[in-house]
Ligand binder design. Structure first.
Ligand code: HEM
Length: 458
C-alpha cells in the first residue's frame, strides 16, 4: 500500500522546518497516507504549523513511550476532550488530574481478568443469539453487513454485561439504537470542538433528547442495583468499588458517567476490529483453516468457556495481528502543558502531540513487511518490538478495558469460526477510513455459510 522509502531520506531534509498550511488538503483528504508519508519522508518527529496551532507528529515508539509514560504528567488530553467532557460527563476517558487518578484506582479491580470471567456466559449467550439470526440470513440468502452486525453485537454485549440479563431484548435493542444515535451526534460536536458552545449545530436538540433517554435507563438500573446486590454485572462491580483510603463509593452521577464512558469506549473499538478480522480471514483461507482446526480441537463443538481462552492461542494471535494492522483508536492526541524536549526537539507548551498507533505499527525499523497480515508475529515466544505495539495506548492511561476486549473478541471469533464461513460479495475493494475509529470504507456485505459436519447448535 505504501512505498517504503528508507528513513535515511529524513537526513536529506535536515533543515526542513515542517509542514505548513499547504499540507491541509492532503491531511484532510487521506490522513493515514499523510501520516505514513510524513514518517517515510521526514522521519520520527514531524512538526506541522497551522497559523497559531502547533502540531507535532510523534512516530518513534521510544518518543511515544516518553509522552504517554515517562513524562505523561506534562501531556494532558487537550481541548477535544474538554468538548467530550461537556457532552458525556467526567468519565475515565475524558477526566484528568487527581479526579482521574482516583477513579482509575477505584475502577481498576472491576476490569481484572479474573473478575471478567464472571461475565463470560453473558457474552457467549449474546453471541449465540446472533449465530441463530445468521441461520435465517443463510436460509434466505441475505448477506449481512458485518461492520454494522459487529457494532450491534458488541453494544448488546456491553449493555448486558453492564446491566445483566434482566434487561429485556426490546430494551437492549432500544438502548443500542439510541446510543448509536447519540454517538453519531456527539461526533459532530467533537470534531467541531473549536466552536464555542453557543454556536448551534444541527442535531443539538436530538442529542439532548437521546442523552436524556439513556440517562433515564441508566439511573433506573443504578437505583435497582443499589437495592439488589448481584456480583455478576459490570454495574455491580462499579457500585461496589470502594476507595482504599477514604472508604467512599461512587455517587450515582459518577457511576452514570462511567457507564456512559464504557458504552462509548467499549463497543465500536472491538466491533471494528472484528469487522477487519472477518475481512482478513476471508482474504487468507489458510488462516481461516488453521483457526477452524484450533476451535474444533479445543472446543469440540462446545460453547467456549473462560478456561478455554488460554488454549485458543491462534484465535488470539489473529486478533492481535488485526489490531496491529487496523488499530481502531488510530490517533492518540495529547497537549504539552509546559515546554519540554522530545527526542532532542524543543516542544513549546500548548503544542498538540499526535501519536498514531497505525503509523507506529508500520514503522519499518520495527516491523518487517508491515502491510502483510501475519498472525505469527504474535506467536508465543516471539518478541513483539518493545513499545511498538500501542493499540491500547501506553502508560498510566492504558486502556482499562483491554482484557475485556481481548476476551470478548476471542469468544466472538471462536464462535463464528466454529459454525460459519463468511463470504464477501465480490468486487469490493475495502480500505480503512478514519472517522472516528479506523473502519472499513465500504459496507462489508458477507454471506454466512454454515460449516459442514460437527458444529454447535445454538
Ligand atoms: C479493540 C478494542 C479497544 C481498543 C483498541 C482500545 C483502545 C484504547 C486506547 C488507545 C486508549 C487510550 C486512549 C488515550 O490514551 O488517550 C483507551 C482507553 C480506554 N478504554 Fe479502550 N480500547 C478498546 C476496548 C475497550 C473496552 C472493551 C472498554 C471497556 C469495556 C474500554 C474502555 C476504555 C476506557 C474507560 C479508557 C480510558 C482509560 C483511562 O484514561 O484511564 N476500551 N482504549
Amino acid at each position: 500500500m505504501y512505498t517504503i522509502a528508507t528513513l535515511s531520506k529524513a537526513q536529506q531534509h535536515a533543515n526542513w522546518q515542517g509542514y505548513g498550511l499547504t499540507a491541509v488538503p492532503s491531511l484532510a483528504k487521506d490522513p493515514l497516507q499523510f501520516f505514513m508519508n510524513s514518517l517515510l519522508e521526514h522521519g520520527d518527529l514531524v512538526p506541522i504549523t497551522l497559523g497559531p496551532t502547533r502540531l507535532l507528529l510523534v512516530h518513534h515508539p521510544d518518543h511515544a513511550q516518553y509522552v504517554l509514560q515517562d513524562n505523561w504528567r506534562n501531556y494532558g488530553k487537550g481541548s477535544m476532550w474538554v468538548a467530550i467532557r461537556k457532552l458525556v460527563g467526567n468519565g475515565l476517558l475524558a477526566s484528568e488530574g487527581d479526579y482521574w487518578l482516583r477513579q482509575r484506582r477505584l475502577m481498576q479491580p472491576a476490569f481484572h481478568r479474573q473478575r471478567l470471567s464472571e461475565l463470560t456466559t453473558t457474552i457467549t449467550a449474546t453471541i449465540s443469539e446472533m449465530m441463530t439470526e445468521w441461520r435465517t440470513a443463510e436460509q434466505q440468502q441475505t448477506p449481512i453487513e458485518m461492520a454494522h452486525a459487529m457494532a450491534d453485537l458488541t453494544m448488546r454485549i456491553i449493555v448486558r454485561t453492564m446491566f445483566g440479563t434482566g434487561i429485556s431484548n426490546a430494551e437492549t435493542q432500544e438502548l443500542v439504537t439510541v446510543f448509536a444515535d447519540a454517538l453519531r451526534l456527539m461526533n459532530v460536536r467533537m470534531w467541531t470542538f473549536f466552536l464555542p458552545d453557543f454556536v448551534p449545530l444541527p442535531g443539538d436538540a436530538a442529542f439532548r433528547s437521546t442523552i436524556q433517554h439513556i440517562d433515564r435507563v441508566v439511573y433506573r438500573f443504578i437505583a435497582e442495583g443499589r437495592q439488589t446486590p448481584n456480583t455478576h454485572t459490570l454495574l455491580h462491580m462499579l457500585l461496589e468499588m470502594q476507595d482504599e483510603v477514604s472508604g467512599q463509593k461512587m455517587t450515582d452521577q459518577q457511576v452514570r458517567d462511567e457507564v456512559f464512558t464504557i458504552f462509548m469506549a467499549g463497543h465500536e473499538t472491538s466491533a471494528t476490529v472484528m469487522a477487519w478480522v472477518l475481512h482478513l480471514i476471508w482474504q487468507h483461507p489458510d488462516v481461516e483453516r488453521r483457526l477452524q482446526r484450533e476451535v474444533d480441537e479445543v472446543l469440540a463443538g462446545r460453547v467456549p468457556a473462560f478456561d478455554d481462552l488460554p488454549r485458543l492461542t491462534y484465535t488470539r494471535m489473529v486478533i492481535e495481528e488485526a489490531v496491529r494492522m487496523y488499530p481502531p483508536a488510530w490517533l492518540i492526541p495529547r497537549t504539552a502543558e509546559a515546554d519540554d524536549t522530545i527526542g532532542g526537539r524543543t516542544v513549546k507548551a500548548g503544542t498538540t502531540i499526535l501519536i498514531s498507533p497505525y503509523v507506529v505499527h508500520r514503522h519499518p525499523q520495527f516491523w518487517e513487511d508491515a502491510e502483510r497480515f501475519d498472525p505469527e508475529r504474535f506467536a508465543n515466544g516471539r518478541e513483539v518490538p518493545r513499545h511498538a505495539y500501542i493499540a491500547f495506548g501506553e502508560g498510566p492511561r492504558l486502556c482499562i478495558g483491554n482484557s475485556f476486549a481481548i476476551m470478548e473478541m476471542q469468544l466472538m471469533l471462536a464462535m463464528i469460526a466454529q459454525s460459519y464461513r463468511l463470504r464477501l460479495q465480490p468486487g469490493i475493494d475495502i480500505r480503512p477510513t478514519t472517522m472516528p475509529v479506523l473502519r472499513p470504507d465500504h459496507d462489508l456485505l458477507m454471506m454466512p455459510v454454515a460449516r459442514a459436519g460437527e458444529q454447535t447448535q445454538y
